[in-house]
Design a protein around this ligand. Structure first.
Ligand SMILES: Cc1cc2nc3c(=O)[nH]c(=O)nc-3n(C[C@H](O)[C@H](O)[C@H](O)COP(=O)(O)OP(=O)(O)OC[C@H]3O[C@@H](n4cnc5c(N)ncnc54)[C@H](O)[C@@H]3O)c2cc1C
Length: 497
């Protein structure tokens, strides 16, 4: 059979993962992105001697990345340097407590016993509970398509289905965490994992307590050279496998006739392809690329709550802060209030939890000597036409006052370069609906089932990957979405080797 051609629309992590796997399987793959670099939300910027990541900062589920390299006959270690973190994160509380988290559970347990009302046994019980939920859900909910009958026939999936009652889906993450820990500071620490997919701990089902297990049980890493090293390595891997990577090129339309994909339109030209994989936001795909805004799944998706967005300050500092690590959290004094403002009032929090990631702690070349590259993130609501200029100005003051208060020193004068990424910019740069970081929120127990499938049943030859479709947002899941889409294509479209 002649070599079959695939256009991948979007070189985010999902698109890269699909393109690499399909090229290795013998398809002729063209990968398009409207931006000048691969990576999508996992981008990078250089300013005045500083290098910044513009999106994710912590690598979890290393097995997902390792598998991608191994599937195409490479070793991850030859392309990426994973740096285990100890501590993983420095937590600063409004009462002055500073707590360090470790994936070495003995060490983390000692820290908890020394500084909180809880102890090592509470931590062990909690992570064991998270591991059991992971074991009962990961194969079906993360590694397989939820929308293909074949996924339900494997032994693991059968086990998942039989154990559905054991995945703690009927109380909130916060309620579960309060049942494991007496100390409100630990409840807040573990509640924060709801934000790893842009949701609220007071609404998200406790099933999502697999996330702390993933971080502590399976490992959390920084990456040498910063997170951008990941899409950079994947872009080069794709290129080496024969993928044509075409940047600065917006795909204008996905062409179809009689329910069958025909190709795409780019730069005013119509190009034929046998298969199209959209790594663009799923709603944008229906509305703009297919001109089919009233498709049933587009209407359903539009009605779902998007995940939260983020407000990012990239600060180049001419000083260093030895009391900080690679990852630092300055907790809000009113966590329920923060999520009410994000998801109900849809404003930036008046007392935000502030995240500061400093890659120059482990990659000194990311900042000039004695300086540091601060990636500062607060949770922000999605773009609903708020007055972003006012939101940014007020949030900047709140962030500075919170961090300066915790560290007991002035910082503003040390900032020598600054950039802001607000939800409308994230929306514009990456095409993400309303600037959401992780597709739809997981604030209902049905969310996992409502994510868009990876294969279109309306258009033969159309597949989806990325944070807005199954299995969801965040780096590892985006990579897995590309795997699921590529596996489906190989199974259904034929033509690979
Ligand atoms: C500030 C921030 C912090 C984050 N923190 C974390 C974190 O700590 N950990 C974590 O795991 N995740 C984090 N994430 C989320 C993570 O980055 C994303 O979920 C993941 O990278 C999304 O990958 P994706 O495959 O959906 O592609 P995206 O990154 O959404 O990329 C899609 C690509 O498609 C391109 N595109 C869209 N339409 C077209 C078109 N018509 N033609 C051509 N190209 C098009 C876009 O330009 C973009 O490059 C964060 C994200 C942000 C922004």
């Amino acid at each position: 059979m002649a070599e079959r051609s695939v256009a991948v629309v979007g070189a985010g992590l999902g698109g890269l993962s699909a393109a690499i796997r399909l090229a290795h399987a013998g398809y002729a793959v063209d990968l398009y992105d409207q931006q000048a670099m691969v990576g999508g939300k996992a981008g990078t910027k250089r300013r005045h001697g500083f290098r910044f990541d513009t999106g994710p900062s912590l690598l979890t589920m290393p097995a997902v990345f390792r598998q991608l390299f191994e599937e195409v006959g490479r070793r991850l270690e030859e392309h990426l340097e994973l740096l285990p973190l100890a501590p993983i994160c420095h937590y600063f509380y409004p009462d002055g407590t500073v707590l360090y988290s470790y994936s070495d559970l003995e060490r983390f347990g000692r820290e908890i016993s020394a500084k909180t009302l809880d102890d090592t046994q509470a931590l062990e019980r909690y992570l064991d509970y998270g591991r059991k939920i992971y074991d009962n859900t990961a194969e079906l909910f993360l590694w397989s398509s939820l929308h293909e009958l074949s996924s339900y026939l494997g032994a693991f999936s059968l086990k998942s289905l039989l154990n559905m009652g054991k995945i703690d889906a009927f109380r909130s993450m916060d309620a579960a965490n309060r049942s494991f820990f007496k100390d409100p500071r630990l409840v807040q620490l573990f509640d924060r994992y709801a934000t790893y997919n842009g949701s609220s701990p007071y609404k998200v089902p406790a099933t999502l307590n697999i996330i702390p297990y993933v971080e502590y049980g399976l490992g959390a890493y920084a990456v040498g050279g910063g997170i951008y090293s990941i899409p950079d390595a994947l872009g080069r891997l794709a290129d080496g496998l024969g993928v044509r990577v075409i940047l600065d090129m917006r795909v204008e339309k996905i062409l179809h006739r009689n329910g069958r994909i025909r190709g795409i339109r780019v730069g005013g030209e119509e190009l034929g392809y046998d298969v199209v994989v959209s790594n663009a936001d799923v709603l944008r795909t229906y509305e703009d690329l297919l001109e089919d805004p009233e498709a049933r799944l587009a209407r359903r998706y539009r009605a779902l709550e998007p995940s939260s967005s983020g407000l990012v300050f990239l600060w180049g500092l001419k000083e260093s802060c030895p009391e900080l690590g690679v990852n630092n959290i300055f907790f809000s004094g009113d966590y329920p209030g923060e999520f009410r403002e994000l998801f109900v009032e849809r404003v930036c929090p008046t007392d935000p939890t502030v995240y500061v990631n400093i890659t120059s702690k482990v990659t000194p070349g990311d900042a000039p000597e004695n300086g540091e590259n601060w990636f500062v993130l607060i949770n922000a609501p999605c773009n609903a036409g708020q007055d972003w200029e006012a939101e940014v100005a007020a949030s900047r003051e709140r962030v500075l006052s919170r961090v300066e208060g915790a560290l007991g020193r002035r910082l503003e004068g040390a900032i020598v370069t600054e950039e802001v990424l607000s939800p409308p910019e994230i929306e514009r740069n990456t095409g993400s609906r309303l600037g959401s970081l992780y597709g739809i929120s997981s604030n209902t127990s049905m969310a996992a089932f409502l994510r868009h499938p990876n294969r279109s049943r309306r258009y033969r030859g159309l597949y989806f990957c990325g944070a807005s479709v199954h299995p969801g947002g965040g780096m590892p899941l985006a990579i897995l979405s590309g795997k699921i889409a590529a596996d489906l294509i190989r199974r259904r479209e034929g033509g690979g080797e």
